[in-house]
Design a protein. Structure first.
Length: 85
């Protein structure tokens, strides 16, 4: 697996191999996109890409938490009913 042209030997569970390959491709693509902004060297682009993806992850988690409370309350009520039996 190569990130920014550097080969990184990784041990990955077979079930995760495609995810890791896709993640490496996405990271390389995002780093390439940052070249358009004249984003310094490879290390800078790697840091910006990591920050960008982390921001995406945090936004998705926040959106997911906003959606979950309704079904989580339902699940808690069901669990309470089941504990009564």
């Amino acid at each position: 697996m190569a990130i920014a042209g550097k080969v990184l030997p990784l041990r990955v569970a077979p079930r995760d191999e495609e995810f890791v390959k896709t993640a490496a491709w996405m990271l390389n693509k995002r780093m390439e996109d940052f070249k358009a902004f004249h984003a310094g060297d490879e290390t800078d682009r790697l840091a910006w890409a990591a920050l960008d993806f982390t921001g995406d992850l945090l936004r998705l988690r926040a959106e997911r938490q906003e959606e979950n409370p309704a079904w989580e309350q339902d699940l808690q009520q069901i669990e309470q009913l089941l504990q009564g039996y």
